[in-house]
Design a protein around this ligand. Structure first.
Ligand code: B1M
Length: 211
């Protein structure tokens, strides 16, 4: 009976219980649960509830940070098991969360899926300025730049970053893909991105299709 295990895992995540989440994820792996199910139905759904509680003012930043550490503890255990792709894709991707934005859980999941799909990924972390994206692009010559934003207030920074690539005259040498909860395909289109992905799995598929 795996249902209670999933619910329990979400509950541990929501309470920010780092050891508890690790133990439950390991138990689910040992029981033969699919790693993608543990991630999507356990951890990601748990984090969605954390977001709702944050919205209602039932959880505050320090608690949400504990929840994200708990999520990372679970993701670390799942990482070696998630979607190992047999086909090696040669291609380099530079990824980062835009300037002013500190959310990195989703971007790190995207990184994991891209690496599983065989890409060489340079992860610049969070709060990445347009200048840093450009300097790294010049130094690393990636095929793709992937930009993440989780706040409506930092969405315009994606456009600024893309505009900076265009001004630097290197936009046509690479593809720029974007994603993050508040984004839409229409927004991606409007700001001149080459692609939009709603989640980590689609980001890997999109990247492959662009190579
Ligand atoms: Co923040 N936060 N947060 N937060 N936080 C949200 C995003 C929010 C929706 C919560 C809420 O109010 N319900 C809200 C944004 C509202 C808005 O803009 N409309 C919000 C807010 C307001 C804030 C602060 C302003 C709060 C404050 O200080 N008052 C503040 C801002 C700090 C800053 O960035 N400057 C803040 C801070 C934080 C913490 C630091 C406490 C923490 C982040 C810790 C960390 O990342 N290390 C945090 C968290 C954890 C959240 C929630 C609860 C969870 C985000 C998350 O990790 N989701 C979030 C509410 C929510 O989303 N339910 C919330 C799980 C993750 C797997 O999903 O990130 O969507 P996601 O990634 C997905 C897709 O979006 C996509 O694939 C991923 C995997 O499937 N994707 C891409 C993401 N990037 C992609 C890039 C791609 C493609 C796909 O490239 C091609």
């Amino acid at each position: 009976n795996k249902q209670p295990l999933k619910a329990n895992k979400r509950q541990k995540l929501i309470s920010g219980d780092i050891t508890g989440v690790g133990e439950l994820v390991q138990a689910a792996i040992d029981e033969g649960e699919m790693p993608s199910t543990i991630l999507n139905k356990g951890l990601i759904q748990g984090m969605a509830i954390v977001g709702e509680k944050m919205n209602r003012g039932d959880l505050f930043i320090p608690e949400v940070l504990r929840c994200s550490r708990a999520m990372n503890a679970g993701v670390t255990l799942l990482k070696p098991l998630l979607g190992k792709d047999e086909l090696h894709t040669s291609g380099k991707i530079v990824i980062g969360t835009v300037k002013g934005d500190l959310h990195d859980i989703g971007k790190n999941l995207v990184t994991m899926m891209l690496e599983s799909a065989g890409f060489d990924v340079v992860n610049l972390g969070v709060d990445v300025s347009p200048e840093t994206f450009i300097q790294t692009a010049i130094a690393e010559s990636p095929d793709i730049i992937a930009i993440s934003a989780l706040l409506t207030t930092t969405m315009p920074m994606i456009k600024e970053t893309i505009d900076a690539f265009s001004e630097a005259g290197i936009q046509d040498k690479l593809k720029i893909i974007v994603g993050g909860a508040p984004l839409t395909p229409e927004f991606a289109d409007q700001i001149g991105a080459d692609g939009y992905a709603a989640d980590a799995g689609s980001a890997a598929k999109l990247a492959k299709s662009l190579i």
